[in-house]
Every structure is written in C-alpha cells, then in structure tokens.
Design a binder for this molecule. Sequence first.
Ligand SMILES: [Zn+2]
Length: 288
Amino acid sequence: MVRALLPLLWFSLACAPAVPREVAVSVGTSNDGWLHHGVAMPDRGPGYVRARPGESTRYGIPRLVRAIEDAAAAVENAFPGTPPLRVGDLSYPLGGRHPRHGSHRTGRDVDLIFYATTPTGRPVQGRGWVAYDRFGTGREPDDQGGAPMNLDVARNWHLVRTLLADEDAQVQWIFCSAGVKAQLLEHAIAHEPSRAIVFRAAWVLHQPTRAHPHDDHFHVRIGCGSEQRSLGCRDRGPIWPWWSDDAIKEDTSESLDDAALVRALLGDPPEAQPRTASASAESSSSGS
Ligand SMILES: [Zn+2]
C-alpha cells in the first residue's frame, strides 16, 4: 500500500510550488488564506505602540510592517509630541481565520486607531471603539469615562499621505467611513502640496460595502505585489498605477511583435543593422 503511494508522494512534492525558506509569503486572499514566515510588529517603536501589547495578532509580510513603522515615525517627526499611533491587529503568526476579523488572514491587513484630540484641540492617544461622525466628533464609551473626543484630522491625514506616497508599500485600500474620508480630503485640498497624493487618497480611502463602516479606525490593506503573486498571493482589489512594481512597469512597456521578440532573444542579424551616421549618433547620446 505504502509502495503504491510512493509515486504519488513524489509527484506531489515535485509539482508543489517551490517556496523559498524563511521568505514571508502571503498565500491566497485576505479573506481566505494564510501566512508563512511573517515578521512580528514590535510592541512599540518610534511613533507607535501596539493596542494589544504581547498579543500574537501581530504578524505581517515585511512590506506592511515597514510601511506602518515608517508612517508612524513620519507623523511623530512632523508633529513632535504626538501621542503614539495605536496599532491594532495584523494577523496570527501563521495567518488564517481570526475570531475578531473576516479578513486579516494573510499578513496584508492592519488596523490603526485614529489619532485624536480633546474638544479643545489637545492631542490625546486614540481610543478604540470611539466612532467619529461626519463632523469629526466622538465620545468614549461610558465604561471608559464617556469623554468627548475629536478626530485629529491633520495627523490622520499625515499618516494617510505618507502611506500613499510610499510607492513600495503598495497600499491597496485604506478603509474608513465616508464621513472620515470627507474630512481628510477637505483638509488635504487646503493643505496638501501634492495633487497626486490627493488624487490617490480619493481612490484609496474607501468605506467598505456590506461591512463595518470603519468610523473608529483605519483598516489598511496592501496589495500582493508581483513577488507575492508569484508565490500564491491573490489580489481581489485594484492594482494602482503608481505602485512601484517591476511587473507593472513591464506591462506598460512597448509590446513586441514576433520579429521584435526574435530580435530581443537572438539579437539583430548583421545585415539588419545598417550603421548610419544618425543611428551611431543616437546610440552614443543614449549611452548604450
Ligand atoms: Zn481590520
């Protein structure tokens, strides 16, 4: 019986995709997948603390963890004295189903508690479960004191704009309520020097349909990227044109017909390379 199964075992091993050891891999979709060799978000770092320190829902692919750390540090640099960003759940060490989330299964999702102020504008640490309305006002739950709080629009915008300017991070969605998005865009139109970043925000900030409106935190999801896609990662969302990704750049390159493909593979035959003066001048000016 065992002998009969050996060829089958050999076939399965030979045909399994080769996953390099110790490389973080996000497998499947964020709602139905898992994670290999994710990296752990530390409990604290420049400009951030984890909302549940010590808890294990802290793993992601390195690109996600690096982007959050960079964005939190950027806000702290731009606004000295900012209370640290509270970083919520990423994924379990091996990803997979999580009791608090429908997604967060593949190391490409993270929740970030909004930066907040008192009604007089004094920065205070963001709190979970404080829902902000379209005017940016919220209130702590009664069992936490019931104090009124305001959305800190300037700091939250700086976090968003840093994530969107980070083309290597490949941020696919920043889920938040339509009311929070409207306030962030209103602020950006008045203060953001880069029109390109405002344009990106208009697409990427999004209130999810058929889900929690995200009026009390951001949910950031990053795309697979070509390196993860080739290892089994599956994007269900858009692939934005500003992402830094070699595969996307190749897609937009000049298409090759059959003759050009043969030339690219084998080089031009000698008789097909008339060396005119202008051709020589062009090749020398391009440095090739
Ligand atoms: Zn989430």
